[in-house]
Design a protein around this ligand. Structure first.
Ligand code: MG
Length: 158
């Protein structure tokens, strides 16, 4: 049996030294800001896995009112959710991710992000897809105020 989940996240840019996505810091003159480490790729994938398995959502699992989640490592949070997914009888099969921003470019860092996420998810690198898109200059993404991420995850019964 296979199930599918969807995840979405967005974070705001502030002046900084790089954009953390999928556990990989991409050099830039901005950084993402948020209560945790603001890794929007990890957050979208985490929500997609929680959605596929009916285990809730990242906001309920790791509330931003909890001081323990301040600056929290999102790769570690994703790892905890992968463990929950396994304990509920499911195993991740693949994830497909789209990052929407005018910059930085995702392409040059794709293989590194894929490898990082594949190791946390316990799946092969070719089962992790990450794509970059601009928003054609439109709206808040077009103005460079932040970025958005969409992710789909499939899980299979163990
Ligand atoms: Mg987030």
């Amino acid at each position: 049996m296979t199930r599918v989940g969807i995840g979405y996240d967005s974070h705001r840019f502030v002046p900084g030294d790089g954009v953390l996505l999928g556990g990989v810091k991409i050099p830039a003159t901005v950084s993402l800001t948020g209560h945790s480490d603001a890794d929007a790729v990890c957050h979208a994938v985490t929500d997609a896995l929680l959605g596929a398995t009916g285990l809730g959502d990242i906001g309920a699992r790791f509330p931003d009112t909890d001081p323990a989640n301040k600056g929290r490592d999102s790769i570690a949070m994703l790892g905890m959710v992968v463990q929950m997914v396994g304990e509920s009888g499911w195993t991740p099969a693949n994830v497909d991710i789209t990052v929407i921003c005018e910059s930085p470019k995702i392409g040059p860092h794709r293989s590194q992000i894929r490898a990082r996420l594949a190791s946390v998810l316990g799946i092969a690198g070719d089962a992790v897809s990450i794509k970059g898109k601009t928003n054609e200059g439109m709206g808040w993404i077009g103005r460079g105020e932040g970025l958005a991420v969409m992710a789909v995850a499939t899980v299979e019964r163990r």
